[in-house]
Ligand binder design. Sequence first.
Ligand code: SAM
Length: 281
Amino acid sequence: MKKGTLYLVATPIGNLQDITLRAINTLKEVELIAAEDTRQTIKLLNHFEIKKPMVSYYEHNKIVKGNYLIEQLQQGKDIALVSDAGTPGISDPGEDLVRLCIENEITVTMIPGPVAAVTGMVISGLPTGRFVFEGFLPMNKRTRQERLKQLKDETRTIIFYEAPHKLPYTLKDMYNAWGERRIALARELTKRYEEVIRCNLSEAAERYQVETPKGEFVVVIEGQDQEVLQELERDKYSDISIEEHVERYVKEGLPKKEAVKRAAEDRGLNKRDVYNLVMKK
Ligand code: SAM
């Protein structure tokens, strides 16, 4: 029997006009819609006059419902997966269903559309050439601190999702971990009260100590400055001489030429200059 296909259908993140024609057609054509939040999706289906059986698929039922959806796909049914809003698979259990389908040799295809992370980053005004998406920060205090520490030296633009009631704590934690950076808070994207707050991290942290954040937020932060990073890297070796630095690598078992090259790189110096200096002795 021919297996069905899983269609990952992106839906609007606020403005219903952002739905694509392919998304509407796909939702009309499939036999079943798996929705992260059926109450939310029913509004969308009613708006576009789509009548389809729905099944809920979310974080806390994803194992049982995942198996059920695979059975249905094995029996030849085409299924659309939609998330609460935006692109399924981004910060929702969609990725687990995709993996299950791949394991079961079921075709997965995508109807692309809105995603809050990219929308927020593009209008942030921060560099878009290289970026990382971090989703939600962990809630556990220790894991959260570790994650922030890991990201301290990240030079690419960093994108986060955050719930409004947690935003004040998150901004404070970020400022404590990283110090001053440029930040953009992209709020209520595509909706009536869309707003992008562009400021410094300390200003954002202070603002939300007194003001209650409202709506949905994408937090976009500039990465660590490359030059600052290089300086910090050089400072690491400020307590040893160049000769000692080379000697350390030699003791680790590197040939002298390689040790010179590494030490020169660490200190941002010219390889030949370091070579001439250590060879003089
Ligand atoms: N799958 C979605 C996507 O493609 O963007 C994201 C789902 S995630 C569970 C929900 C988070 O996305 C929110 O907490 C918020 O950080 C962000 N988000 C969703 N819609 C947004 C909007 N209209 N404006 C700003 N942020 C939004």
